[in-house]
Design a protein around this ligand. Structure first.
Ligand code: SF4
Ligand code: SF4
Length: 427
């Protein structure tokens, strides 16, 4: 797509945005893959339509206010990327564009308060824990709250698991095969800390020494994907400082975080940390990819139990990082597991960072569709690789009167490794 963007006036991210726009040939192959186009049915709410709108703003022929009603509903799910034959890197456009326009927009007062609350709690585990514990008392009256706050309270789980902390280092069992540093996430640490414990258990069981950098902060994914470049840059710099370099890989178990770690070079473009960010991203990978590459995994004993597992592809694993086969392979390593495919699996569940708070109507529709597709399979459990998806799926399954549990892939693998007497998979 031709453009007349004054790239030099668009800051360090300008060339990347202009490059993404120039790659689009307007063919429309991405439309069928886009959940918001399916929901809203308008060209302006499709990837192709949004690319045109963003180009117009960058060229100065439209104002941000004119296009943001169509940019805001974008999930950032990146389903448009694998569907695009021209290889348009939509991610290089959407987050930078959101950051660029954030300072120019005027949000309603109540929305500003909600964003301020999210921005100051979610990335900080201690604050988020306190906010979640307090917020739960308001759940019964969520229905009568202002619409802007309702989803925040509705999505809070009925109970929070006890707080967990982790040691600085976990020694590998048997001969050491690798040494990794684990990103433990921020919201995940509060909502389901056992995911980190399970990840550590599986790694050490397979001869991997695990370092948990104690000074690590939020990775910046929520800020970056939500249009707060300044905060994302701050968190990225903190993470670069906190993580050691004498390791084989930086391992993450949350799709959204993993996706952001691979965008550090873009987030820190034009700063003195650009090269360091590049090197960091090269070594970052999802735990399923790390284990797959490690190979020769410790076999799991057969408990004799059959387990039907519906695997949910988190968008930031499948679309953003191209990771689909590795988690399925890990699950199939468990004797007796049958991996089931959820209908319309490429479609987002509506979680998408804070999307289910920012755009509750579309998020709810997508969440309901996903829950119904899961219920149709009647699996014993749903497995996925992202805490946001786990929260969203749990909420919509329960709302649709289903008690099908949703767990992280690493929790299922860890449980299967445990001795039979303490194996939660044992009937
Ligand atoms: S990121 Fe997702 S919602 Fe946004 S345009 Fe692409 S496919 Fe559509
Ligand atoms: S599929 Fe790719 S090239 Fe075609 S319209 Fe969509 S983004 Fe543009």
């Amino acid at each position: 797509m031709q453009h007349n963007i004054p790239v030099e006036q668009c800051g360090p991210l300008g060339p990347k945005m202009a490059d993404a726009i120039s790659k689009c040939v307007h063919c429309g192959f991405c439309l069928a893959a886009c959940p918001t186009y399916q929901e809203l049915g308008q060209e302006t709410d499709s990837p192709r339509g949004r690319i045109v709108l963003m180009r117009e703003v960058l060229e100065g022929t439209l104002t941000p206010q004119q296009v943001l009603p169509h940019i805001d509903p974008c999930l950032g799910c990146l389903a448009c990327e694998p569907a695009c034959p021209s290889g348009v890197p939509y991610r290089d456009l959407i987050s930078p564009f959101r950051s660029m326009t954030e300072s120019k927009r005027k949000r309603p007062f109540i929305e500003r308060i909600r964003r301020m609350l999210v921005r100051n709690t979610l990335p900080y585990p201690e604050r988020f824990r306190l906010a979640a514990l307090t917020g739960r008392s308001f759940k019964p009256i969520a229905a009568i709250m202002p619409a802007a706050f309702k989803p925040m309270f509705e999505l809070l789980p009925e109970r929070l698991p006890p707080k967990q902390t982790w040691l600085e280092t976990y020694t590998a069992m048997g001969q050491r095969r690798a040494r990794v540093a684990l990103l433990i996430g921020c919201a995940q640490r509060v909502l389901d800390p056992d995911i980190n414990t399970a990840t550590i258990e599986v790694l050490i069981k397979n001869g991997v020494e695990v370092v948990v950098p104690q000074s690590q902060t939020c990775c910046g994914a929520l800020s970056w994907h939500g249009g707060d470049h300044r905060l994302a840059r701050h968190f990225a710099e903190q993470i670069l400082q906190a993580f050691p370099t004498d390791i084989d890989a930086i391992v993450t178990n949350a799709a959204g975080c993993g996706s952001a770690l691979h965008e550090y070079e873009l987030i820190l473009k034009g700063t003195t940390h650009e090269q360091q960010a590049h090197d960091f991203s090269e070594r970052a990978c999802d735990v399923s990819v790390f284990l797959d590459q490690l190979g020769n995994l410790t076999p799991i004993r057969d408990s004799g139990r059959k387990l039907r597992v519906a695997y949910h592809d988190a968008c930031h694993l499948a679309n953003a990082q191209g990771i689909t086969s590795q988690p399925r392979k890990l699950l199939r390593m468990i004797p007796g597991v049958e991996v089931l495919e959820i209908a319309n699996s490429h479609s987002c569940c509506g979680s998408a960072g804070t999307y289910n708070i920012d755009q509750p109507q579309i998020a709810s529709s997508l969440g309901t569709q996903k829950a119904m597709n899961v219920i149709a399979l009647q699996p014993d459990v749903v497995a996925t690789g992202n805490i946001g998806c786990i929260t969203q799926l749990n909420f919509h399954l329960q709302k649709n009167h289903s008690s099908i549990p949703v767990r992280h892939t690493m929790q299922l693998v860890r449980d299967a490794y445990r001795p039979l007497e303490s194996n939660p998979l044992q009937g």
